[in-house]
Design a protein around this ligand. Structure first.
Ligand SMILES: *[C@@H]1O[C@H](CO)[C@@H](O)[C@H](O)[C@H]1NC(C)=O
Ligand SMILES: *[C@@H]1O[C@H](CO)[C@@H](O)[C@H](O)[C@H]1NC(C)=O
Length: 396
């Protein structure tokens, strides 16, 4: 903690110094050429200056929004693990949940059996693709190999030879909510007024920062068969990623489970972002350039929680890897003995972000950007949501 304060102080001085430097640089007659050269060299590295400013802002923001030091914030993966009913505890991951006919992985992601199988296939394809790319090393051939593998993938999924039409229909990679509106309903019992208020607040914040709307529906509307998210009580905190509804009687819904331990603004936001289509940041296909996974420190049976997802499953949309994402797990996630399982790399990132990951209490700029790109939000954000049901109020 002392270190963080010290770093911040140093940053303030550095920024002040750079700022003064720029000002002096604009007044060439009043400074010696040697000084100007020195100062201009300092300010030419705009990129690193930009990074410093950003980092400074994020440090400042984190302390301002929580009024606590980062070290005191419980890692989100720990909250999620502790919310799990010990009787149904996730011993080995991914675990098959018979009731839902789905898999639970990484503590809080639900996947239908089909999605899970697809994901595994995709990962093997990525590996194969990389190997082939390395061997052939020509882009046109890589493209044809990719096409071939897409055909195989579509064929494998349908169990029949693939047709282009079928593939296009199946290809809905992010399963986004149509027109950026997620219909949502909350279980009629088990949620206090405060719980509801907390969840509503998380939903409102998402609408305020993106173009995504929530539509609050009641039982009657749900009975019309509209695909929707049903917020329920249960073991753990979990959600499917993107639209994964299934028919249940007259209704067509998917569960977003919030145990009483996860009814906070922070965890509700995390699970809502899963439901909107975001995976965990440390599962990104390019994550090995940004974090080191130390598998010897992972609890036995939990290794699969650190699977890197396929480029076919996660589309990062050119957004830089974001250590401050609310979707990032912490440095000791699923650790067997408190040693590090996820460490930012290289050393400079480890220095800055080791204790930042897994401790964001709200959406980061990268999270907002990801949602905005996914849902094709207009480039100039509106400050006031135009959602029909905003501000959100669950009916009683
Ligand atoms: C592909 O070939 C180019 C030039 O022939 C080389 O510079 C590059 O490193 C190669 N890439 C791989 C992945 O082998
Ligand atoms: C993994 O962590 C252990 C214990 O903290 C350490 O000794 C080891 O060097 C680490 N391995 C890697 C590859 O960093």
């Amino acid at each position: 903690m002392k270190n963080l304060t010290l770093m911040r102080t140093v940053l303030v001085y550095l920024l002040l110094w750079l700022h003064i430097g720029t000002t002096i640089g604009q007044l060439p007659t009043q400074s010696s050429p040697a000084l100007r050269r020195l100062l201009s060299r300092l300010v030419t590295d705009v990129d690193s200056l930009f990074k410093i400013v950003k980092l400074f802002k994020s440090l400042n923001h984190n302390s301002a929004s929580s009024s606590r030091t980062n070290q005191d914030i419980v890692p989100i993966d720990q909250i999620i693990e502790e919310a799990e009913d010990p009787a149904a505890s996730i011993k080995a991951e991914p675990s098959y949940i018979e009731k839902e006919n789905a898999f639970k992985l990484e503590g809080d992601i639900m996947m239908t059996v089909d999605q899970f199988t697809d994901m595994q296939t995709h990962i093997s394809f990525d590996l194969l693709e990389d190997a082939v790319a390395m061997m052939l090393n020509t882009t046109d051939r890589i493209t044809s190999v990719q096409t071939l593998m897409n055909e195989i993938s579509a064929g494998a999924r349908s169990g029949r030879p693939s047709s282009r039409v079928k593939r296009a229909a199946r290809r809905d990679p992010n399963r986004l909510w149509p027109d950026a509106v997620m219909p949502v309903r909350i279980a009629s019992s088990g949620f206090s007024a405060f719980d509801r208020w907390t969840i509503q607040r998380a939903m409102m914040r998402i609408s305020e920062q993106t173009c995504i709307c929530f539509r609050i529906i009641d039982n009657e509307v749900a009975d019309s068969g509209i695909p929707h998210v049903q917020i329920v009580d249960g073991s753990g905190c979990s959600s499917y990623v993107g639209v994964t509804t299934r028919s249940r009687g007259r209704q067509n819904s998917q569960d977003l489970t919030l145990n009483s331990k996860c009814r906070t603004f922070r965890v509700a936001t995390h699970e809502l972002l899963h439901a909107l289509g975001l995976f965990h940041e440390q599962s990104r296909p390019d994550r090995d350039f940004f974090v080191k996974i130390n598998s010897s420190n992972i609890r036995s049976g939990m290794e699969r929680n650190f699977q890197k997802f396929s480029r076919r499953t996660i589309n990062s949309r050119g957004i830089p890897y974001d250590y401050t994402s609310i979707m990032h797990y912490s440095n000791r996630a699923f650790s067997k003995d408190g040693t590090f399982t996820i460490e930012p790399i290289p050393a400079i990132n480890r220095f800055w972000y080791l204790n930042i990951i897994g401790r964001s209490t709200a959406m980061s700029e990268g999270d907002v950007q990801a949602l905005r790109l996914m849902y094709n939000c207009p480039s100039t954000p509106s400050t006031q949501p135009t959602c029909a049901d905003y501000p959100y109020m669950f009916p009683y």
